[in-house]
Design a protein around this ligand. Structure first.
Ligand code: PDD
Length: 291
């Protein structure tokens, strides 16, 4: 597998960064994950825009390689030389404030950001999707800027690990009695034919799959309400699902070992699963091209 690091292409196994990198020392950076199907990046500009937002909030200058005119060709080469232009893959991009002697404040000497990109093959969890997945709940112990896709993911790591240890796909994080999101996906519920999910603010990542699902729902005439679901409303949901770049639309049929409705994927969720896949395939159908 090929990687891109600070302007060079090299085998990922040879890509190394300094131990003084502020990503390593402080988690001082942001990342982004794209889906690629048949060599084509899905929703490329929205992922770039979110990365630009995060870099702006961290006051890290936008590296040239992240402009869409540069990122597309870099992604093409990574996917192409890694043999990932047919079928499913992901593109990972991480930018940190760079390597400098350890001080909490930003380095005073000019420091180039570290820019790392790589690709991975990917297998959607379609068998689980057909059955529906289980989730647990866990306290949301994250900071107050969850809109920034920070590389500091310790609460997400611990939440996901707790889920895996219970045989669940993910943990729904609870802040002040309300579900915010999963460890790496947004959460939505369906009540009386209406989709409900946490509003976009500093408490969740504004998921790109979430936005696409909103657009699909609008096209199907399914109303969406930006209103958080309380933890004690979970058991009353008619349907529930997660959305994310590596999750697509994933039905959640059990939470903390209690079934949602009859414990099988509901009709609205099932419709969204199908429509999302069709949308993804339509957007990425043409092989060997990057938008
Ligand atoms: N995670 N919420 C969180 C906390 C996330 O980390 C992610 C994405 C999402 C879904 O966003 P999107 O639909 O844009 O992928 C929501 C990526 C995939 C990851 O960390 O691997």
């Amino acid at each position: 597998v090929l990687a891109y690091l600070n302007g060079s292409f090299l085998p990922r196994s040879s890509a190394t960064v300094s131990v003084e990198d502020r990503g390593f020392i402080f988690g001082d950076g942001v990342y982004e994950v794209w889906r690629a199907v048949n060599g084509r990046l899905f929703q490329s500009d929205r992922h770039i825009a979110r990365l630009v937002h995060g870099l702006g909030e961290l006051r890290i200058a936008l590296p040239d390689s992240l402009h869409s005119s540069r990122l597309g060709p870099i992604a093409d080469r990574l996917l192409g030389e890694s043999g990932l232009t047919d079928g499913e893959a992901t593109l990972y991009v991480e930018v940190t404030r760079g390597a400098a002697p350890r001080t909490h404040q930003f380095p005073t000497n000019p420091t180039a950001p570290t820019v790392y990109m790589t690709v991975n093959s990917f297998k959607p969890a379609d068998e689980l999707r057909a059955r529906g997945a289980a989730a647990i709940t866990t306290p949301d112990i994250r900071w107050m800027r969850c809109d920034i896709k920070s590389i500091q993911l310790l609460p997400n790591v611990l939440a996901k690990q707790a889920a895996v240890e219970k045989g669940a796909i993910d943990a729904l994080m609870i802040r002040n009695g309300m579900v915010t999101e999963g460890s790496h996906a947004n959460f939505m519920g369906v009540i009386d034919g209406v989709i409900r999910t946490h509003p976009t603010n500093h408490l969740i990542l504004p998921g790109i799959t979430r936005t696409v699902v909103f657009e699909i729902a609008a096209g199907l005439g399914i109303p969406v309400v930006d209103e958080a679901i309380a933890e004690d409303e979970i058991e009353d949901l008619d349907e529930a699902f997660l959305t994310g770049t590596t999750t697509d639309v994933m039905p959640i049929v059990r939470v903390n070992d209690r079934p949602i409705s009859n414990g099988t994927p509901g009709p609205i969720t099932t419709r969204l699963v199908t429509e999302f896949r069709a949308y993804l395939d339509a957007a990425c159908g043409a092989a060997h091209a990057t938008s």
